[in-house]
Design a protein around this ligand. Sequence first.
Ligand code: SF4
Length: 235
Amino acid sequence: MYKELINDINNQLTGSSAEEIIRTCAENFKDKLVFASSLGLEDQAITHIIASNNFPVSIFTLDTGRLFYESYDLIEKTESKYKIKINIFSPNTNKLQELVNEKGINMFYYSIENRKACCEVRKIEPLQRALKGNNAWICGLRREQSVTRKDLDIIEWDENNGLIKVNPLLNWTENQLNDYIKTNKIPYNTLHDNGFPSIGCAPCTRAIAEGEDIRAGRWWWESPETKECGLHKRG
Ligand code: SF4
């Protein structure tokens, strides 16, 4: 059933704008559609589209407990500008305490296994909690962002989380996104002005040099193929 629905919506949406994609999905999924904002430029653009069109889509973000100060600041600025509520999902206290007490507070640097365990507790479990009971979620993924995102579709089945994933900005280029943010005076993380094109948790994100891949500052000690936190893993 979902396969047919996905094909139908994908056909309807060929050549549509991000706004049209979100409107169509809001009509199809009603109050079972949520937007997971990671507060990056893409997600700020989506928040702008949702808020300025009054689309009935609730917005949430994951507070891993290790975000940059600037990211927390951006949550407040965005809520205040658009007069919206961004729902915050935090890690489960017991699971987090167990992990850091067993493996160390900065254990993510010492192995991919540790890093994935940290992402599991701080991001994946809270994401699953946030998605529970919904039929579809919106994400700000773009094809250009990394080798692991090249073959995504606008609407696709998210096997890991058991619901439909909507990628309204999939075909946007970096220039298009930057122009959209500037033209619409959308609030964004000030770290973007200091060499951080992609921002996640503070200990796992660094500034990059000009010409480096836009995801090179995330988990820079790992190879590009392993660089997904699991939130957008396929199959
Ligand atoms: Fe932990 Fe780093 Fe993953 Fe954040 S990005 S959850 S700090 S491993």
